[in-house]
Design a binder for this molecule. Structure first.
Ligand code: GLA
Length: 383
């Protein structure tokens, strides 16, 4: 009888059930489901998550995400710290974990000046490599690492962070040793295409929302394309804050990169809630500083050591909702959004740009409880 009344009531009111009781809205409890028709949802993971030592976090990863990036284990300093010394086990385990759970696997990263050993740039006599020797080092490294996982890794961050805010190449160890940036980038993508033929190949960088850097990346992509060299995507590292970058610049960069005919991804997303010690600080790991010796300044820069106040928690949730509204509205151009970690306790932001602070940049807290920001992200597609 009750059902009959309900059907009748529905009929009379045009069947406008309240929004919160919509069955599909109620059913969506995971990030990957909420965004399944939009883009992949990824996270960076470490060996304790892969092995299951950290089982609780592994469970979150498997439930919520469909894409993984290794935080460190594929970087040159870990995988090949000295000539003829290789440490493949953690990377092998990472790839096997991704395959076992049918996750989209990102390789990170082949060419980066940070976490790259000094011996990569010197020859057998201990002298700086000639350009030819450096090309050969690059080739061997890409053959060794990308070749080892060919057909298993779905996408590689081939080159990381070689362009400056003004659009010129940064004078990194790799750029200097190869003579210039265009030469480095074109050899790197050529070798990656050769040794990882069925893998997507990406350029990845921070501050990609800045107009000068945006223009430099567009120029670099077009230069590669004009030479017939394959580049499949650009990763916009999202090491961002509560108030920066602005919507317009994020959108303009997504549009500019997509306009080159490549995939666009938000990689390494986290939202810093702490004060910056210096406005000039970017996401460049080389810029990390120690804590101030001045007690007042130290406290000022690390204000939430015990807990995150509710109003800041709310700001964080709102910021995440705003960011995901941008991403969702550009879902035809975005292939993936990857967070740089699962919970606040594992974030590099506790040590950058100031070492040893308590930051709250991710969607799960230190007790592995989902934060209001999680709910905010989850609910964007249904709105
Ligand atoms: C850069 C790198 C990442 C990671 C972060 C900080 O963005 O691409 O691999 O090292 O810095 O942890």
């Amino acid at each position: 009888m009750k059902l009959l009344y309900f059907i009748l009531a529905c009929f009379l009111t045009g069947c406008t059930a309240p929004k919160h009781s919509h069955p599909t809205r109620q059913a969506v409890l995971t990030l990957k489901d909420a965004y399944k028709n939009a883009f992949l949802i990824g996270t960076a993971i470490n060996p304790s998550i892969v092995s299951g030592d950290n089982q609780a976090v592994q469970e979150i990863v498997l439930k919520q995400f469909n894409c993984i990036t290794p935080e460190n284990v594929m970087k040159a300093a870990v995988i090949n710290p000295q000539p003829n010394v290789f440490n493949f086990k953690p990377a092998d385990d990472f790839v096997a974990f991704g395959e076992q759970h049918h996750l989209f696997i990102i390789g990170h990263t082949l060419v980066w000046h940070n976490q790259c050993p000094a011996w990569f740039f010197t020859n057998a006599d201990g002298k700086p490599n000639s350009k030819q020797e450096q090309i050969e080092r690059l080739r061997q490294h890409i053959q060794t690492v990308a070749g080892r996982y060919a057909g298993r890794v779905n996408g590689w961050d081939v080159v990381n962070e070689v362009i400056d805010d003004d659009g010129n190449y940064r004078q990194t160890s790799w750029v200097k040793a190869m003579g210039d940036g265009d030469t480095l980038v074109s050899y790197a993508f050529r070798f990656a295409a050769q040794y990882a033929p069925n893998t997507e190949l990406y350029y990845n960088d921070f501050n990609t929302w800045k107009p000068g850097k945006r223009a430099g990346i567009v120029r670099m992509i077009k230069t590669l394309q004009q030479q017939g060299i394959r580049i499949d995507g650009v990763g916009m590292q999202g090491h961002w804050g509560l108030t920066y970058p602005d919507k317009e610049n994020i959108e303009a960069s997504i549009d500019a990169f997509a306009g080159c005919g490549v995939k666009v991804m938000i990689t390494e997303l986290d939202v810093d809630v702490l004060p910056k010690p210096d406005e000039r600080i970017t996401a460049d790991p080389a810029m990390a500083v120690g804590q101030s010796q001045d007690t007042a300044r130290k406290a000022l820069l690390d204000p939430y050591r015990q807990e995150l106040p509710e109003n800041v928690q709310a700001q964080l949730a709102k910021r995440y909702a705003d960011l995901f509204s941008i991403f969702y509205s550009r879902r035809d151009k975005l292939a993936r959004v990857t967070f740089w970690g699962v919970h606040d306790g594992m974030s590099w932001k506790n040590n950058f740009p100031v070492r040893g602070r308590t930051n709250y940049p991710l969607l799960w807290d230190r007790q592995l409880q989902p934060k209001p920001a999680f709910k905010a992200v989850l609910s964007v597609p249904a709105q």
